[in-house]
Design a binder for this molecule. Structure first.
Ligand code: FMN
Length: 269
């Protein structure tokens, strides 16, 4: 049964509807800004996101200065819409704050090390990255939903991980940080219908099930149908992704920069 038709009286249908009708906003209404109450609601919702051990292993950089937005528009694979957004939030996977806290209360002091036998100092590894990255992204998604609730559109900018050296300098990012997610936010220039999302081969019962040929055909057909009028021949959507994403220059740059970011985190030095 379609969950949208369920008549459960106790359901918070407004929340489900909001999630259902959300779509990414790439054009903002230049005549309307973002007010303080909207900013506060969005940032408050981000801070209320689940966080591993409530350690809040992320920081949110609140960007409003035009010069910074202009620079990010160039550094994030030349996307001019970033410069036209009134507000951007960068969600930084952040273990620097914990290293600072450990240091601050004396965990790295010789006396503590001698007394407890703990290792003298270790940098965060992949384990910390796995949970801290989830913290950051979950907070970002809470911000997306809250933005929608207060009348703001938003769009993720995955390209924030590119040009690592320049982004690090622009945002003063220290070691043990990675700027994994960015959102641009603002009042929508016009309402947009929700983008269709494919669902074939998405949910698997109990075990991973690798798609057979029939499922792959169904997946291709579903994507082509959503990609009309661009998809004329079977498989055009998959080909489009292969050419525009999988084998693109921006993906190569993302990979290069992510290696630097993981070094900055403390891995592979
Ligand atoms: C991790 C991530 C990175 C994204 N990066 C970009 C981006 O750099 N530029 C852009 O225009 N959209 C970006 N998007 C938005 C997606 O293209 C969008 O979510 C997708 O097409 C589905 O559309 P919808 O959000 O309207 O449902 C990104 C989304 C995610 C989740």
């Amino acid at each position: 049964m379609d969950a949208r038709e369920h008549d459960g009286g106790s359901w918070d249908r407004a929340t489900l509807d909001l999630i259902d009708r959300r779509s990414s906003t790439r054009r903002f209404d230049a005549d309307r800004g973002v007010d303080d109450a909207q900013r506060e609601a969005v940032l408050r919702a981000a801070s209320r996101a689940p966080s591993a051990g409530a350690m809040m292993m992320y920081s949110i950089i609140d960007i409003r200065e035009q010069a910074t937005l202009d620079r990010l528009a160039v550094l994030c694979d030349d996307q001019p819409m970033i410069a036209r957004a009134p507000w951007a939030l960068v969600f930084v996977v952040d273990y620097c704050k914990w290293i600072d806290l450990f240091e601050h209360i004396g965990c790295f002091a010789e006396a503590y090390v001698a007394r407890t036998g703990r290792p003298p100092r270790r940098t965060p590894g992949l384990g910390e990255f796995a949970i801290a990255a989830q913290d950051a992204v979950i907070a970002a998604q809470n911000a997306v939903i809250a933005a929608e609730a207060v009348g703001l559109g938003s769009c993720y900018i995955g390209d924030i991980v590119e040009n690592a050296e320049d982004v690090r300098d622009l945002l003063d990012l220290p070691e043990h940080t990675v700027p994994l997610s960015m959102l641009i936010l603002g009042p929508r220039a016009k309402e947009r219908p929700a983008t269709p999302h494919p669902t074939v081969n998405l949910v698997m019962s109990e075990r991973y099930r690798r798609a057979d040929a029939a499922t792959l055909d169904a997946q291709v057909a579903e994507m082509d149908a959503m990609f009309r009028p661009h998809a004329m021949a079977a498989g055009e959507r998959v080909l489009d992704i292969y050419e525009r994403k999988h084998t693109s220059d921006f993906m190569a740059e993302m990979g290069r920069s992510m290696e630097l970011w993981l070094k900055n985190w403390g891995l592979g030095k």
